[in-house]
Ligand binder design. Sequence first.
Ligand code: 8YV
Length: 328
Amino acid sequence: KQKVFTVQALPSDVKEYLKKHVILNEWDQQGPLTREQLFNEVADVHGLITSGTPINEELLQSAPNLRVVSTVSVGYNHFDIEAMKKHRVLGTHTPFVLDDTVADLVIALMLSTARRIPELDALTKSGEWKKGTAGAMFGVDVHHKKLGIIGMGRIGEVIAKRAKFGFDMEVSYYNRNRNLEAEERLDVHAKELDQLLSESDFVVLMVPLTSETRNLIGEREFQLMKKSAIFINGSRGQTVDEESLIQALQTGEILAAGLDVYQEEPTNPNNPLLKMPNVVTLPHIGSATSETRHAMAMLAARNLVAALNGDDECFVVKELEDLSSTLE
Ligand code: 8YV
């Protein structure tokens, strides 16, 4: 049997599945896994399961037998694709199983930010009912408003469906390449980025982190948005220039923001975004429901076993698909 190390804590049934196919070692989750410990653990493994460990030249050099890295996430910006190609290491991820859950969370952030739920919850719980019902605490409507989605991929489409059919919103999107199927299926409208930013009441960022999307939204883009706009980021913190976001919120260039991701995670307690009443902050929990995290873990395990066995019934990240065919 081939040897596998998992950095990620896995449900017991997933571990039982893996143990039928591989020799599984796991991090005991006690204390930080230092780089030295990680390199020691991967020195002789054929497979690695993680959700964010940087898969870079340094790690790959310390793991000469490594053949497959399976990430428990749909995003794989922690994969150094060129280094993985050089070391002929496959990377797999977990698309589809989390689309609905992440889309639910984005809608929840839209509603929570628009209707000022965290502030009003705090006022109710602190006995300040009257203050909570005052005009100064009114939120804004979501239904019938204009939603602009930056990144109309699988998750973006589910967000659009919920917004259109659940809240009668008018939905536009910006993609590098048009998504004609989504336009046909959901009657959503492709727009240039600047037009989408200037017209939208809600701007949702749902793009993978790549060299093209890093800092995609910065000072110029926030200045194009309506002063009544609400900005939601459910993608990766690095897709936004965070200093510009802070500036836009502090100067009233936009009304509010709902964030699940940040430049630095875990967030620095001194981050100004954590002090602003018009910012709803969540700790990167877009896919964090019991059902979905279990489904992601099981899919990551199945991806790993399939890839180790040269079986193409697994979700290899698209940039490594060619490698997959040559490794069979
Ligand atoms: C993960 C995510 O939970 O799937 C992704 O890309 O960002 C989340 O679903 C996160 O990466 C930590 O596992």
